[in-house]
Design a binder for this molecule. Structure first.
Ligand code: AMP
Length: 145
């Protein structure tokens, strides 16, 4: 079951899981990795992925992996809320290129929203550097522990 794309084990997030590409991590377990979005649409924008499921999108994820992903997504959203005190949080998942999906390894976005601050465009612009993301990730990590 898929909206066109097949799983490619060389996708960006698979490389991040294997440590072949860098990421600024907020949570890592045997099954789950959460890290900062490198094109943050707002301060604290995180992504949550499963480390062993090869689901491309929401349609083809196994129920057990989905449950682990949702539990972690809620945990990260709570930590974002506690540490960054946004005015709202969007939980997003895009399935299929036509819906806006750009990385074909299932992931959930935790996107904090702040009163009076425009949410930036999706997956575009100049990437943030690790030095600017790390202090935000450290605050989120502290709220997770
Ligand atoms: P989507 O468009 O829903 O598939 O989301 C993919 C997300 O991954 C976008 O929000 C991108 O900004 C983000 N992204 C792309 N490359 C990286 C990367 N190397 N590290 C962290 N986030 C990334």
């Amino acid at each position: 079951m898929s909206l066109e794309n097949q799983y490619d084990s060389d996708n960006i997030f698979a490389k991040i899981i294997r440590g072949e590409l860098p990421s600024v991590k907020v949570l890592e377990t045997e099954k789950i990795l959460a890290f900062m979005d490198v094109f943050p649409q707002s301060k604290g924008h995180c992504l949550i992925i499963h480390k062993t499921s090869e689901a491309v999108n929401f349609l083809d994820v196994e129920p057990q992996a989905l449950s682990e992903l949702m539990e972690a997504t809620q945990k990260v959203a709570r930590a974002v809320n506690d540490s960054l005190k946004p005015d709202g949080i969007r939980i997003l998942q895009f399935s299929g290129a036509r819906a806006g999906q750009t990385v074909f390894h299932l992931h959930f976005h935790v996107l904090p929203v702040y009163e009076g601050v425009v949410v930036a465009a999706h997956a575009s612009g100049k990437p943030a550097d690790a030095e600017s993301l790390e202090p935000i990730a450290a605050d989120i990590r502290a709220a997770l522990s």
